[in-house]
Structures are given as C-alpha cells and as structure tokens.
Design a binder for this molecule. Structure first.
Ligand code: BDR
Ligand code: CA
Length: 325
C-alpha cells in the first residue's frame, strides 16, 4: 500500500469545511494530515478556529494540530458570510466547547516551517480565502519547491455566489488569490461549476440517518439546517457541498473532469472584484496556470462521502497515522 499523502488543509469552517476535515480524518490510510490552518472567512477567525478544533474532537482526533492564521484579508475588510452557515459557522448544532488547544505558532509560520523541512513534498488543500497561503508564498517563495499539488476551492467559470461575478473565497481576498494564480505553479481549481452539482438531498439525508453513527447524525443535523439556503438563493436542488469536493478529488481524481487553462483574478474594486476570468477556449494564448474542473460524477462523489462517514460507525477501522505506520 502506498504511503499516506502528507497534507495541509487551509480552511475557514463553516459547515462544508467541517465536512472536508471529517473526510480527511476518515481516511488516515490515504492522508497524513500535518496540520490544519484556519483563516477568517465564513465567520470570524475565533469561530473558524474553534470549529476546526470541534471537528477534530468530534471524531476523536485531539492529536491534530490546528493553527490560527490571518483574521483579515490582505487589503480588504473581511466580509463574513454568516447568513450561509449561521453565526457560529455551524448552524443547527451546538457542539461542546473543545478541550484541545490551538497551536501557539501562527498558521503562516507553520506553513513555511513545515513545507521547508518536510522530507517529502506536501499537498496543500485550500477551502477558504487564500490569505494565509499568499502571505506564506510572499514571505518564502521557496515553499513552492516543497509542494506536490495545490488544490483550491474557489472561482467560477460563469456566475458568482457572493456577487454576480465572483465566488466567495476569491472575492474575500482577491489579492491573495492573485498571488496564488501568479506563483508559477499550476493550481488545481475546484470552482462553483462543479460544486454546485454536488448538492444535498432528502434521499441522501436518509442514507446518513441509516448509517446510525453519531458523526453522520451530527452532519445530517447541520446539513438539514442548511438544506434550503442554496435552494432559495440559487435555485439549486439542495445545499452545495463546495469544500468536500477538494477532498473528494484528492481521494478519487477520476470523479472529476476538466482541462488546463489560464485564470486571471480580477483585483479591481468594482463589480468585477474577485471574479476568476477563466480562459476556457484559450482565447488569450497565455500559458495554463490552472487545471479547472467542469464535470463531476455526482453519484460517485456521494458514494465516496457516504462510505467515508460510514467508517465512523466502526471506529476500529479508523486508525490514527501512528497506528497506521
Ligand atoms: C466557498 O465559500 C464558503 O462559503 C464555503 O465554505 C466555500 O469554501 C464557496 O463559495
Ligand atoms: Ca470554506
């Protein structure tokens, strides 16, 4: 069996980031999670940090290291999106206050130190405004040599979700997104074009209920509270699971289909702020700086997610990374 992938998750939980954490921790044979870094985003940094800790504790992994990072974007004021996931970011549930503590180091220091000293290249998954990652890149550009792949939830080929033009993560910190997409590495981009296809349904909630385990139950409760938001706002058939798509891709890339293209991030202060201008037809003749997905196997994704959550009902199958080596 191949060794687990060294992974760092940069996130802003938020219900969908929370699920991304649960997915990673359900698959220790595939991921060696070196740490979780958090930023202000869906809700303030205080909440996102607490929510990351809560996710780890919910699945019995208080050994996971969580690092708080930037509370605000590089240049702009943070636009909290608490109407989406509720005031705490975890609408619908009231999980116990975490007993595990945040690490003392700043997320940006952790990113730089870990990447620069890792014996193996590390995969970076990002599901939040890109502030932590961009600042790490500016402070120590050599980290790029130590990164295997950067997989980012953000952007859209068509419409936005926070403005007509922009997806939230890129809108929240467009300068950070610009730094990432001009860093010289090809970024794997999971945008709204695919995440709006991955939506919850009453039928899937029943599958979660049937798993009959406390983790799946907690998730179903959260997702039921969020079920109608995207339906009312975007006419989707359920609630979109944006960030889990990043982990779904890492676990099974064959579920996604896309192509290499050039992306430019709009860093203006007008209506185009944060828009990802994706040159799908190569009109500009610029070298590709991203692999962007346009298709996803919806059924395959939900089977994968359900199987991962089912593991929490049979905890002896979830080994920690130490137990796994
Ligand atoms: C992204 O913004 C946040 O609301 C979600 O957590 C996701 O990362 C979707 O636009
Ligand atoms: Ca997120």
């Amino acid at each position: 069996m191949s060794k687990p992938l060294p992974l760092i998750l940069d996130c802003d939980p938020g219900i969908d980031d929370f699920i991304a954490i649960l997915m990673i921790l359900a698959a220790p044979e595939r991921f060696n999670l070196l740490g979780i870094t958090v930023t202000g985003g869906n809700v303030s940094l205080n909440y996102t940090a607490q929510n990351a800790l809560k996710a780890c504790e919910l699945v019995g992994r208080p050994d996971i290291k969580v690092y708080a990072g930037c509370p605000e974007p590089i240049l702009r004021e943070l636009q909290i999106e608490d109407e989406v996931y509720g005031e705490t970011g975890l609408k619908g549930v009231d999980l116990p206050k975490p007993t595990m503590a945040l690490q003392r180091s700043h997320a940006v220091d952790f990113l730089i130190d870990t990447l620069m000293t890792s014996p193996q290249k590390v995969t970076l998954a990002t599901t939040a405004p890109l502030t932590n990652v961009a600042i790490a890149l500016v402070r120590e550009p050599r980290i790029l040599d130590h990164i295997e792949e950067i997989v980012t939830m953000g952007g859209s080929m068509t419409l936005g979700n926070i403005t007509p033009a922009a997806e939230y993560n890129f809108y929240a910190d467009p300068e950070a997104a610009h730094i990432l997409y001009t860093c010289g590495k090809k970024i794997t981009t999971v945008g709204l074009d695919v995440t709006h296809q991955i939506v919850t349904s009453l039928e899937w909630f029943s599958r979660l209920d049937a798993l009959d385990n406390p983790v799946a139950h907690t998730l179903a409760t959260m997702l039921r509270a969020f079920y109608e938001y995207d339906m009312k706002k975007f006419g989707l058939a359920g609630g979109a699971l944006h960030d889990p798509c990043v982990i779904g891709y890492l676990l099974n890339p064959a579920l996604f289909n896309g192509k290499d293209v050039h992306i430019e991030i709009d860093t203006s202060f007008g209506i185009g702020r944060g828009r990802s201008i994706i040159d799908w037809w190569h009109k500009r003749g610029l070298p590709a700086n991203s692999h962007v997905f346009s298709e996803v196997n919806v059924e395959g994704f939900f089977d994968l997610l359900t199987d991962l959550l089912a593991r929490y009902g049979n905890r002896q199958h979830i080994l920690t990374n130490e137990e796994n080596t």
